[in-house]
Structure formats: structure tokens, C-alpha cells
Write a protein that binds this ligand. Structure first.
Ligand code: FEO
Ligand code: CA
Ligand code: CA
Ligand code: CA
Length: 579
């Protein structure tokens, strides 16, 4: 047996088990601590501390937002880094005492707008106390549902992008439903707008039937929204502002090193319920971005820039996402696959079919992907490229409707009817990330092997693996092991979500083991290692979801009100996570 205590993967921790108690559980020899919670102040003068009964929009704009999802770690110096955290959505029933979902107040709606977006938080590692965030640090930044941003690419300025607040079609306020994201090789953040449809109302009253049909394809409600923001902000009422809905559903790039920089929504990367941006450089220097559209029967995408990455010209790299070619994946039954270009004028993407220019392809990307015959997947979530092998890992979280009445049946890449537990696909590029073709195979078909038929753990002995359901976000440790956080075990297993580690090569390939168990109602939304792998950061999103503040099912993290939070896990002996 090889290195690190007899394990080729270096993973020697004692696995934890599925659990349903209201505490974070990690293996023996590890400890978990709180880094930052919803409402913690980011700025001084004044430092707006958290009081759940005295919350205002003004305070929220200066505090860590709600429902932390994606986590990024950007090292600045030894023991100093920036933590990037997305704030995907809000749970007003857990944020406001006595919340009335039929009659939210304007103040509540405005707090929610400020609780969305992204936080950039300076963090420091102390020799003994672990990581602390730095109140008032120069880099600290909040991007919210009202932060000004601008559009780039083929759809910028298009007539469908113009509104009464922005007759140019080049600027927009805010980013919403930021789920997964990624950090580019040039050090910017590319964050993804996922379920943006939920903020808009009254598609049934949109006069232009063509626009209405596009909105319907993206799931906008016909009548009132659940959140009722349209009562106080007319831009969320499609009857009054039919185009505002086209201004969400994009990838947003911003520079975390410049808190004053203007974020940009890149229309060349297409419009869908974006999940993940994983950016790598092709052999010829073009930037390649892998992306998913997280809804049942939607697609996996890839963008290839026109321009080439220049390691010595960060300014030029920051324009790479402004032009390029968008592709959508076709997974063939024989284990091969092809990236189908989505280019106006090519194949079925004609003016007669609604695609006179590339702008329409960018705005109505889902329809373009339908027409070229891409493979309809089981909810693509995170996609990451293995840092050593270059294999692309694509997570299909679950799809309970696969093969049910009136819905698409199984195919080779989505092989399980009513796929409740999800699966992970390995995409192996044919020589290069910019190549037209690839091969693919499964890493895992998830579930509890003791109970579910058809689970698969890359051929590893299934009696030894930890049960896992609804994989969502993934990352790699420095040894190349895959780490997975889950979103959905509270319904599929009736147990808390968790974090898992699985080797993807060597004799332990497929040996999936549970590392962490979260708290009731929460998903483990994202996870990221520190630069030396001695710390794992995990976002605990929506603790107590499904209950209300008055009868909350979780009191994480402080034994009081439930508050979404980022935690960090270290070994008590300071060693590498997983050992
Ligand atoms: Fe927000 Fe697709 O998870
Ligand atoms: Ca996700
Ligand atoms: Ca990830
Ligand atoms: Ca999810």
C-alpha cells in the first residue's frame, strides 16, 4: 500500500453517517466553526450589526447576504484571502417574524433585494484560532439586487433588452438568484443567474405574443409572483415592463480585486438558468467555459472565446467573454458526444425560426438548443474541470420526472427513470477543450446501494460506500479527489444534506465517503478548500427551510434564529483535510 497511511487517495478519515439532528457533524479529529452568517456586518462607520427584529434594507446592503451558495477562495498573501459568496435567494418566512406571504411590506421586499447578490469578504488565518473575516476590509463588497451593471455581447442594446428605465438596453440594476459560479484564470468571478423567473409576474398580460412565448419557455408565472415584488417595483411586472425579464438569466463577471468595478452581464454566454462557470484555456489559448442549465430536461453548454488568453494582459483577458461561440452538448448512446454550435444562420437557427441574428440566439438560447437536437439532461448543476487530468465532471442533481407520463424517457446519459438521486458524468475532451467531440462515461449513479437499484460507484464495492443523493456542487482537493455537496437529501433520504469525498482515479476510484452532515432544512450549497488544503469552507444554505421563524426546524448556527452561514472545517492537528 502506498502513501498517507495506506490509502492511494490520501482519504483516511472515518466517514460520518446520514443524520437528522440539528448539529454539524464531522469525522473524529475534525472541528467545524462559523466564519460568517447572514446579517454579519462587512463595513465600518457604522458597523451595522444584526438584529432580526430591526432589519432594514439600508443595513442589509452593508451586511453579509442571505442563503450563501457558491464559495470561491482567492489567496492574496500567506494567511489572507478573499472569500466570494453568492446569495442565491431569500426565505422571507425565516427572515421576518410573522411574515404574511400574501401581503409582504415594501420594507421586507427591499431587505430581500439587498440580501440577494454576492459578497466579497476579506478573511485572515490566525495561527491558532483559524479563519476570521475582516470587518471593514478595503476589499469587502456587496453586490445586490440593485447594483448597477452593464451588458456586453451580441444581445446588448437589442430592442428586447430595452426598458423604460434603460432605453439603451445596455445597463441593468442588480443580479438575482446567483447559484454556482467560478473564478477565471485571470482572477475574475463569473457568477450565474439561475432561477430568475420567480421574481417576475403577469406573463399572461404580456401583449407581444412572441415575447410571451419566450418567457413561458423560461418559466415566468402567468399571474402574480410568489414573492410579490411587482407590487412595489414595476420592473418585476411583465405586464408593465415585458423586457425586464430578458435582462436576467446571464453570467455576470466582476473583478473581486476592485470593489468599485462595474459588473458585466455577458450575453455571448447565452441565457438560461445558469449554473456554474468552469473556465479553462484551450491549447491555442482560447478560453473555454463549461456551464449547465439547471432545470429538468435542460442542457449542458460550452462557450469558446474568439480571443486568446494572455497571461500578461489581465485587462485584455477581461474582454474574452464578450465574443465567441456558444455550444450545447449532444451525448450519443455509444459513449461519444459532440458540441453543437448555436450560431444564427447555421442549421435550423434561421430568421424564419426566430433567429435573424446572434442576439436572438443569446436571449432565447433554450429554444436554439431545442432546435439543434441537444440532449435533455437530468438538471445540470455544477461542472468542474479536474485540475490534473482535464476530465470535465458534470453533475446531474436529479429528475423525478424522467420517463413519467408525457415527459422524455431515459437515454444513455440519463439512464434511470424517475431519477431521484442524480448522477455524475465524466466528459473526456477529444484532445482539447475546444475540440468538437468528446467521450463520456459515468463516475457515479447516486443513491443508497442497499435500497436503490441501478446505483453505480465506478465499479467500486458498493457495500463499502456512503449513500448519497442529489449531488450539487463539487470541487477538487490537491490530490485530485472529488468533493461533493448535496442538495436534496432532506426529501430523498429524509436525512440532512452533506459533504462527500470520492477518489476519481486509482484503486479507490468510486469509494464515496461522507465527510459532513448538515442541519435540518439546509442544503450544503457549495464547498471550497483553502490554498493549502488545511481548511474546507462549506456554505450552509437555508437552515430550517420548510418551516417558519416561529417554529424553525433548525436553530443553526447560534441556537437562536436560523441563519444561513459559511462554516470552516479543520483538523484538530492542523493536517490536510481528508487525512
Ligand atoms: Fe441553485 Fe441549481 O441549484
Ligand atoms: Ca446549485
Ligand atoms: Ca464548485
Ligand atoms: Ca440545487
Amino acid at each position: 500500500r502506498a502513501q498517507s497511511g495506506g490509502s492511494s487517495s490520501g482519504l483516511t478519515f472515518t466517514p460520518v453517517r446520514l443524520d437528522d439532528t440539528d448539529r454539524i457533524i464531522v469525522p473524529p479529529g475534525y472541528k467545524s466553526e462559523i466564519l460568517i452568517r447572514w446579517g454579519d456586518p462587512l463595513f465600518l462607520e457604522p458597523a451595522t450589526g444584526f438584529d432580526i427584529d430591526a432589519q432594514t434594507a439600508e443595513k442589509q446592503a452593508r451586511q453579509f447576504g442571505y442563503n450563501c451558495d457558491y464559495l470561491g477562495f482567492i489567496p492574496l498573501a500567506p494567511n489572507r484571502a478573499l472569500l466570494i459568496a453568492n446569495h442565491e435567494y431569500t426565505n422571507p418566512e425565516l427572515m421576518f417574524r410573522g411574515y404574511d406571504d400574501k401581503n409582504p411590506t415594501k420594507e421586507q421586499v427591499d431587505v430581500e433585494l439587498q440580501a440577494h447578490g454576492v459578497s466579497v469578504v476579506h478573511i485572515e488565518r490566525h495561527p491558532t484560532r483559524g479563519w476570521r473575516y475582516t470587518l471593514g476590509a478595503w476589499h469587502n463588497r456587496r453586490i445586490t439586487g440593485t447594483t448597477p451593471m452593464r451588458f456586453t455581447g451580441p444581445a446588448a442594446g437589442h430592442p428586447w433588452m430595452r426598458t423604460s428605465e434603460d432605453p439603451s438596453g445596455y445597463t441593468v440594476l442588480g443580479t438575482l438568484n446567483n447559484c454556482a459560479a467560478g473564478i477565471t484564470p485571470w482572477g475574475t468571478v463569473m457568477t450565474c443567474e439561475e432561477n430568475f423567473h420567480q421574481y417576475f409576474a403577469n406573463n399572461d398580460k404580456v401583449a407581444d405574443k412572441e415575447k410571451q412565448a419566450v418567457h413561458k419557455r423560461y418559466g415566468f408565472p402567468g399571474g402574480a409572483s410568489e414573492r410579490k415584488w411587482e407590487r412595489y417595483h414595476k420592473r418585476f411586472d411583465l405586464a408593465q415592463e415585458p423586457n425586464e425579464g430578458f435582462r436576467f438569466g446571464w453570467v455576470v463577471e466582476f473583478d473581486p480585486l476592485d470593489p468599485g468595478s462595474l459588473p458585466r452581464k455577458h450575453t455571448a454566454l447565452g441565457r438560461f438558468k445558469h449554473e456554474a462557470t468552469s473556465t479553462v484555456i484551450a491549447k491555442d489559448g482560447r478560453a473555454v467555459v463549461y456551464m449547465g442549465d439547471d432545470e429538468r430536461f435542460e442542457y449542458v453548454y460550452r462557450f469558446v472565446s474568439d480571443g486568446r488568453y494572455d497571461p500578461n494582459n489581465r485587462e485584455a483577458n477581461m474582454r474574452l467573454m464578450e465574443s465567441g461561440t456558444l455550444f450545447v452538448a449532444k451525448f450519443n448512446d455509444d459513449g461519444t458526444g459532440r458540441w453543437l454550435p448555436l450560431v444564427a444562420g447555421q442549421g435550423p437557427l434561421t430568421a424564419a425560426n426566430g433567429f435573424p441574428t446572434q442576439a436572438e440566439v443569446c436571449i432565447n438560447t433554450r429554444r436554439a438548443a431545442d432546435l439543434v437536437g441537444a440532449t435533455r439532461m437530468d438538471r445540470p448543476e455544477d461542472i468542474e474541470v479536474h485540475p490534473q487530468s482535464g476530465v470535465v465532471y458534470a453533475v446531474m442533481t436529479n429528475n423525478s420526472q424522467r420517463g413519467t407520463s408525457g415527459k422524455p424517457g431515459v437515454d444513455a446519459a440519463n439512464p434511470r427513470p424517475q431519477n431521484r438521486h442524480g448522477h455524475i458524468i465524466e466528459i473526456i475532451p477529444d484532445g482539447d477543450h475546444a475540440a468538437a467531440t468528446f467521450r463520456w462515461r459515468f463516475l457515479m449513479i447516486c443513491g443508497d446501494p442497499a435500497k436503490d437499484k441501478g446505483t453505480y460507484f465506478a465499479g467500486f464495492d458498493q457495500s463499502l460506500v456512503s449513500p448519497i443523493s442529489s449531488p450539487d456542487n463539487i470541487t477538487f482537493d490537491r490530490r485530485g479527489n472529488l468533493w461533493i455537496s448535496t442538495d436534496g437529501q432532506t426529501s430523498s433520504f429524509k436525512k440532512n444534506d452533506g459533504v462527500y469525498a470520492v477518489p476519481v482515479s486509482g484503486p479507490e476510484r468510486g469509494y464515496n465517503r461522507q465527510f459532513l452532515s448538515a442541519v435540518p432544512g439546509a442544503e450544503c450549497a457549495s464547498l471550497i478548500f483553502s490554498d493549502n488544503d488545511d481548511t474546507l469552507f462549506v456554505s450552509i444554505q437555508h437552515p430550517a427551510e420548510g418551516t417558519t421563524l416561529e417554529n424553525a426546524s433548525s436553530r443553526f448556527p447560534d441556537g437562536k434564529e436560523p441563519r444561513p452561514a459559511v462554516i470552516f472545517i479543520r483538523k484538530e492537528d492542523g493536517g490536510t483535510i481528508g487525512s
